[in-house]
Design a protein around this ligand. Structure first.
Ligand code: NAP
Length: 267
């Protein structure tokens, strides 16, 4: 019997790549999109789901249970970027980011856990970010939403181990997807005290995503994790220096690390 997989955000980028890879490996894949009717050519079905809407999550999970009778692997992939000087980002946009990147994945886990407990098995993979390991300048809100999801995973993993449920974090580095296009950018305000440093950082960030790795690399990593009997708590996938930045943060004194980041972003 093929394993049943739910991937939130299967219409683009990393989620789409993972879905195509697992579909090709014989998994029963359900992806999601806020607007599935607008997506053409998906090789796996896309169910309507907005992670900010708990009812749509419940309905999507119910549909999968009705059609396939179980859900073995859940990949909390849907997420959005946000940039801006924290002082200038509208509070509604900060809340929207947390709704999508943190409260959404929590709601998805709440919806699938009863089914996984009944099955006495299940694997949840939370897609976080290497940016969640450090407070990055002008990306602080994104770093915080992803860092918080990393901690939720650590806690929930211990709470659900008794039911045979496995939970893990996978933190990508920079991958070439549509994330920059879908990101909320606080406007660079002419005359603002942050105009020059924020403008420079924004240019630096966009170059990184455009020159990012192929999302197929993430698909291969996820496939390996699914086949691992006891997944680790944290995985990092991406270019060596991006992964190494986490090692440096642990090894270096805080102020040295801060200086290194500021030099990198030309601040
Ligand atoms: P992407 O190409 O923009 O894809 C984002 C996906 O999330 C889309 O399928 C989108 O689906 C879905 N989505 C967005 N908002 C949603 C919402 N409110 N409810 C449900 N689905 C929603 O970006 P990506 O790079 O593949 O990002 C995938 C994940 O990887 C995200 O969590 C992101 O933070 C993380 N990540 C990416 C990178 C990178 O460099 N690309 C680095 C670190 C972490 P619809 O628009 O069709 O609804």
């Amino acid at each position: 019997m093929s394993q049943v997989v739910l991937i939130t955000g299967g219409s683009s980028g990393i989620g789409k790549s993972i879905g195509e890879f697992l579909h090709q490996k014989g998994f029963t894949v359900y992806g999601t999109s806020r607007n599935p009717e607008k997506v053409t050519g998906s090789v796996f079905p896309l169910i309507a789901l907005d992670v900010r809407n708990a009812e749509s999550i419940q309905a999507a999970v119910a549909e999968i249970i009705t059609k396939s009778g179980r859900v073995d692997v859940v990949i909390n992939n849907a997420g959005v970027g946000i940039t801006g000087p924290i002082e200038e980002i509208p509070t509604d946009e900060i809340k929207n980011n947390f709704e999508t990147n943190l409260f959404g994945p929590i709601e998805v886990m709440k919806a699938v856990l009863p089914h996984m407990r009944n099955q006495k098995s299940g694997l949840i993979i939370n897609i976080t970010s290497i940016a969640g390991y450090m407070g990055l300048p002008y990306r602080g809100i994104y770093s915080a939403s992803k860092g918080a999801l990393e901690l939720i995973t650590e806690a929930l993993r211990m709470e659900t181990k008794q039911f045979g449920i496995k939970i893990t974090n996978v933190a990508p580095g920079d991958f070439a997807t549509n994330i920059a296009a879908g990101r909320y950018h606080a406007p660079v305000i002419k005359g603002s005290v942050y105009e020059v440093p924020y403008g420079n950082t924004l240019n630096e960030m966009n170059t990184h995503v455009d020159s990012g790795s192929n999302p197929e690399e993430m698909a291969g990593a996820i496939y390996k994790i699914i086949q691992t009997p006891n997944p680790k708590v944290h995985y990092k996938v991406g270019a060596f220096m991006q992964k190494f930045s986490i090692v440096l943060k642990r090894a270096l004194p805080d102020k040295v690390y801060e200086k290194m980041l500021m030099n990198h972003y030309k601040l």
